[in-house]
Design a protein around this ligand. Structure first.
Ligand SMILES: Nc1nc2c(c(=O)[nH]1)N[C@H]1C(S)=C(S)[C@@H](COP(=O)(O)O)O[C@H]1N2
Ligand SMILES: [Mo]
Length: 240
């Protein structure tokens, strides 16, 4: 338990400012349960791109890991399962993924703790394409994501998961995605805060209920829209 508490703010473990901001955000997140959209707006204002400019060392990534280490998965051993309530469950190898029609995009990346990186180029497969291949069954509402770190987890509403820029990425800046950044394969959700972009992606599961992910259990909003981005949101106010 002690270990759990100390690993919670790991998002900012290497950046003391980030750690303080994280703890502040947990408080704001708790307020979010009570005040919903208002609190989320407050989070956006306090920690949005404007705030990022006040932090030292802008425009570069911080490397985050809940566990304190990075899973080591050779591409030859990598596999991604797409399962749950789907008509065609599948397991894809790294080569399978690379053989699918690829999407390339350049997007900003922003963490709730305030840092932001502009112009990040990614290459991968649109999540919508994988979902189409697997065939979500009727009555399903969300997609859950698991990590090879066995610690982080995330989820998106099915409608959010179908946004055209939500990507299962295997390249960053024109090179194979590095281990630190979640390689061989991570999720990238450019219109939401960075915590939604789960690293070391191991499984995609189509489900009929929202699984509350790691960061959400620690106070981050389920709908992690960046300031200025909106889209389908969960109607359950406790998951706003
Ligand atoms: N598996 C896993 N994925 C993760 C995290 C993590 O700790 N573990 N941190 C999240 C957070 S809070 C952010 S801001 C981004 C940071 O991505 P980076 O480590 O590539 O900079 O990864 C997200 N995905
Ligand atoms: Mo983050």
């Amino acid at each position: 338990m002690t270990d759990e508490v100390s690993t919670r703010p790991t998002e900012g473990a290497k950046t003391p400012v980030g750690r303080r901001m994280f703890l502040g955000l947990v408080a704001l997140g708790a307020a979010g349960v009570a005040f919903g959209a208002e609190a989320q707006k407050l989070i956006g204002n306090k920690l949005g791109s404007g705030f990022a400019s006040l932090l030292p060392g802008g425009n570069h990534f911080r490397i985050y890991t809940i566990t304190g280490s990075y899973p080591n998965i050779p591409t030859s051993k990598y596999s991604l399962s797409v399962s749950g309530m789907v008509d065609r469950p599948m397991t894809l190898s790294y080569d399978d993924l690379r053989a699918l029609p690829a999407l390339e995009m350049v997007k900003g990346f922003q963490c709730v703790t305030g840092w932001r990186v502009d112009g990040v180029s990614w290459k991968g497969v649109p999540l919508a394409h994988l979902l189409e291949m697997a065939g979500p069954q009727s009555g399903t509402v969300a997609v859950s994501f698991d990590s090879y770190d066995h610690a982080d987890s995330e989820s998106l509403l099915l409608a959010q998961a179908h946004l055209p820029d939500v990507m299962v990425a295997y390249e960053m800046y024109g090179k194979p995605l590095s281990r630190e950044h979640g390689g061989p394969v991570r999720l990238v959700v450019p219109q939401m805060y960075g915590y939604k972009s789960l690293k070391w992606l191991s499984a995609i599961r189509v489900v009929n209920d929202v699984d509350v992910g790691f960061w959400e259990q620690n106070g981050y909003p389920q709908n992690g829209w960046l300031d200025g981005s909106t889209g389908p949101t969960n109607p359950d106010p406790s998951l706003s």
